[in-house]
Structures are given as C-alpha cells and as structure tokens.
Design a binder for this molecule. Structure first.
Ligand SMILES: *Cc1c(COP(=O)(O)O)cnc(C)c1O
Length: 348
C-alpha cells in the first residue's frame, strides 16, 4: 500500500461481519490471564492499532509513549555512563534541556553541533555512542544530510536517531535513509488537532524494539487509551493535512520573502513550518499580538495556524534571533492567512 492508503486502512479490526470499522477504545487495566496482554502497562489494543498505522508509514515496528519527551528520555537513558551524545545545537528545547541535565549530573557527555554542517557532524560522530538528529531543526529550520550522518555514526559504532516530528513520514522516512530509530512527538502533525500529548518510537531493529518495550513496561511512560484513539483518528488524514499545510507554507514563504519588514525567511522547501526573522523583539511581538486568525501559541502541526516568538522562552539558545517568529501553517485558505499576517506585519 502507498502512504495515503496505508494511513486510511492500517490499524483496523478484521473485516468480519458486525466488526466495527474503527478500533474500539479499550479501557482496561488488566486482562484475563494467560494471553499476550496481561496488564494495562504492557499492552492495549487501541495503542496497537495506532502503532500498526504509524509503523506502516515509517516502515518499522512502533511503540507509543506518553509524550514525545518520554520517548526522548527513554532513548537517552540507553546511553552508558560517560558516553557521548552528538545532538543539534538548535534541536527541540526539551531534548537539549534533557541532555544538559544528564550532563550536569555526570551521566553523559553532550556534543552540540550545527546539524547542517555535515563535515563537523561527521567529525563529531567519531566519539559518539548516540547521534541524535533533528531535521529540519526547531526553530532554525536547518536540514541534515541523514544518509551521510548515518554512515558516519555506524562507522563509529554509534546508534543514529532521527526526530521526525517536523517532516512526518509523509515527507521523510529516516529508516530508509539509514537511521536506527525514528522518534516523534505525536502531539504535533501525527494527531494534528492540538488536542492531545503523545509520543512514538519506530525501529526495524528487533533487539532495540525489545529494549524500548522493556523500558516502557518498566518506567511506565505509556499513553492514555483515548489519546491513542484520537491520534489514530488524526493519522487517517495526515497525508492530506501535510500536503495542504505544505502548499500554504510554500506560498506564504514566497510572499514573506518579498515583504520589506521581513529580514529573513527560513523555509527548507518542504513541510508546514516557516521561521521568519523580523527587525527585533518588539516587531515580532507586534506581529504575534496583532492578528485575529493566527493564534499566538507554542507547539505546531495542528489544522489551525499558530505562531510564536521563540526567544520569549528563556531556555531558547541566544543564537536564535530575538525577532524570530516560528509559523506553524495550518490548512486554512491561504488568502485568509496572508491577509491576516500582512495586516499585522510592520510596514517597513
Ligand atoms: C514537541 C516536540 C517534542 C516533544 O514532544 P512532546 O509531545 O511535547 O513531549 C520533541 N521533538 C520535537 C521536534 C517537538 O516539536
């Protein structure tokens, strides 16, 4: 099956008479003993349906987690004492903060790199036990050369992980490009409606799958059943939503590039996230408080267009400009989105 078909058809109950088309929401802490399920922290049929669908789209075996950061914590916990993790300096804030926290407690060594500088990343891989890639990065929108970095990581005996939250499996399939593991914040595009928090990991490596499943069983970072059901419902329309958000983002990036108040547009040419740089913090705050359609809110990947001045967060690196606004372009009519933005942008 091709991705758009798979997104619609994967993770359904068997096609037998009187079976529902959709997987039921199984609310259960325990199951009759002697089978595969046993207990609610180990397994749930509603999670499994979501995992089958996302696993199909990424081309591996999937495990759902309580949140994107629960996956990040689980994966970073596999790094041995004192070993080195190579990661993007402009990666997702929570990931960078977890790494800094682990480093401060003497657990791992973190080596932050410019993920778009392939030569520097390859050189850094020599010492690594784990190479963490985000592409595009948040919010700088840098793009990594995943196949080259995967080869360098494997040559050094390291594992390579790609956070595929921004691109989604519709636009990028990291396992095909050589990654060992894909991680997701399902909170964003996968569920797509800004109504839940959930995470997922996907791998083709059965041993790694077993280790991660064991950690999930043990640490208990499991998703809610209703969240898994909603995420699967969202996943059904992922290819359509990504296609529309990308078309809108491409058009807005083009118009913003021509706008006199916009110093810089950062758009890698795919996906629904566009970062723009305005003159300073005041100009950016003026934009985020001046619209009626665009909502000033963190997070991304919903059907509705949102945006945010990233440096309002103290933890954002100082290499991100004060006037940078990250736009998560939704699926609305692009003319309405443009009119609302244009009216709130400074005139020069
Ligand atoms: C949001 C996000 C995360 C964290 O996921 P949560 O579901 O918020 O815990 C990780 N990586 C990226 C790229 C994200 O955007």
């Amino acid at each position: 099956m091709r991705p758009a078909t798979l997104a619609v058809h994967a993770g359904r109950p068997p096609r037998d008479v009187d079976q529902p088309l959709n997987v039921p929401i199984t609310m259960a802490s325990t199951y009759v003993a002697g089978g595969d399920l046993e207990y609610g922290r180990y397994a749930n049929p509603t999670w499994t349906a979501f995992e089958d669908a996302l696993g199909g789209l990424e081309g591996g075996r999937c495990l759902a987690f309580a949140s994107g950061l629960a996956v990040v914590a689980t994966v970073l916990d596999l790094v041995g004492p004192g070993e080195t993790v190579v990661a993007p300096r402009h990666g997702y804030n929570g990931t960078t903060t977890q790494l800094a926290d682990l480093e401060a407690r003497g657990r791992v060594r973190a080596l932050l790199v410019d993920i778009a500088d392939t030569e520097a990343v390859v050189a850094a891989c020599a010492d690594a036990a784990l190479v963490w890639v985000e592409s595009p990065t948040n919010p700088a929108m840098e793009v990594a050369d995943i196949p080259t970095i995967a080869t360098a990581a494997h040559d050094a005996g390291a594992r390579m992980v790609v956070d595929n939250t921004f691109a989604t499996p519709v636009l990028q399939q990291p396992l095909d490009l050589g990654a060992d593991l894909v991680v997701h914040s399902a909170t964003k595009y996968l569920s797509g409606h800004a109504d839940l928090v959930m995470g997922a990991a996907v791998t083709r490596d059965d041993e790694l799958y077993g280790v991660l499943k064991g950690r999930r069983d043990l640490a208990g970072a499991i998703p809610g059943t209703f969240e898994a059901w909603l995420a699967l419902r969202g996943l059904r329309t992922l290819p359509l939503r990504v296609e529309r958000a990308q078309a809108n983002a491409t058009e807005l990036a083009r118009r913003l590039t021509d706008h006199p108040a916009v110093v810089e547009v950062r758009y890698p040419g795919f996906g629904g996230v566009v970062s723009i740089v305005l003159r300073d913090a005041d100009a950016a705050d003026g934009l985020t408080s001046g619209t009626s359609l665009w909502v000033h809110a963190t997070s991304l990947g919903g059907v509705e267009s949102t945006f945010e001045r990233r440096r309002r967060w103290r933890s954002e690196p100082s290499t991100i400009p004060e006037g940078l606004v990250r736009l998560s372009v939704g699926i609305e009519d692009v003319e309405d989105l443009w009119e609302d933005l244009a009216a709130a942008l400074p005139t020069t």
